[in-house]
Design a binder for this molecule. Structure first.
Ligand SMILES: [Zn+2]
Length: 243
């Protein structure tokens, strides 16, 4: 496939159509946001391929193709539908903006570069990417309704990407994003990066549990409970002698 290539130094942007300024602005913003979050840059140059048609997206996705997917990351390569193509899609994807998706996907490239491709936890990997991409996509009231409807518990912090115990259309990403935002507010993004730096050197599930408690002072389940208490305005006021 031919097309246009723009080399930005840290990445190459490839598109069949001309690479317009709005695309380059989105890439630049995505890169800078993630550089600030991680306080470091990937050593290897990555690639962003903008697809202007579903057939091109299909061809380039290969066996991973799903028509409703907006973008995918494959190690250090981002495949993303163009803004024009995203707009053609029906709900809920038409609500998502190209810029926000770009920040999300570039976050995955940074993650892959520093922590490795297979190193989960999935909730933090997706939570961090969604958190950095911008403001929450649903408000706290909607989030509370979803959590009640699907009886969300700490089990949503499934370690592996797809835990078979978690069924249905529970809005996992929204909860992961909300919980990650809570962690950032409480502990700062730098601590999350330090936690992943240490964990990715020895990425086993038992180490994950021990390290999480070391960095965040409680188990992931307990911190998640604190998060739910705050979301539902039931924060325990220990200093006031209540409870
Ligand atoms: Zn993602």
């Amino acid at each position: 496939m031919g097309g246009v290539l723009v080399d930005l130094g840290y990445c190459k942007v490839i598109r069949e159509k001309p690479v317009t300024k709005d695309v380059l602005d989105a890439v630049e913003e995505a890169y800078n946001k993630n550089k600030a979050l991680f306080s470091k840059e990937p050593k290897k140059k990555f690639k962003i391929i903008i697809c202007d048609s579903l057939s091109e997206f299909k061809k380039r996705s290969g066996k991973h193709f799903k028509p409703w997917v907006t973008a995918r990351v494959d190690k250090m390569r981002i495949l993303i539908k163009s803004q024009e193509l995203i707009k053609k899609a029906k709900k809920p994807y038409d609500k998502l903006r190209f810029k926000e998706i770009m920040v999300h996907e570039v976050n995955h490239v940074f993650w892959n570069s520093f922590f490795g491709l297979k190193n989960k936890p999935a909730w933090l990997q997706e939570g961090l990417a969604s958190y950095v991409s911008g403001s929450p996509r649903i408000n706290n009231k909607e989030l509370r309704e979803a959590i009640n409807k699907y009886k969300v518990s700490y089990k949503i912090l499934d370690y592996r990407y797809m835990n078979k115990k978690i069924k249905g259309h529970m809005p996992k990403y929204y909860v992961w994003e909300g919980f990650t935002r809570y962690l950032v507010e409480r502990h700062g993004a730098k601590k999350i990066v330090r936690f992943m730096d240490e964990y990715s050197k020895h990425p086993y599930q038992d180490d994950y549990k021990a390290l999480f408690s070391k960095y965040f002072k409680k188990s992931d389940g307990r911190v998640f409970r604190d998060y739910l208490n705050r979301l539902f305005n039931k924060e325990v006021q220990t200093y006031m002698g209540k409870y």
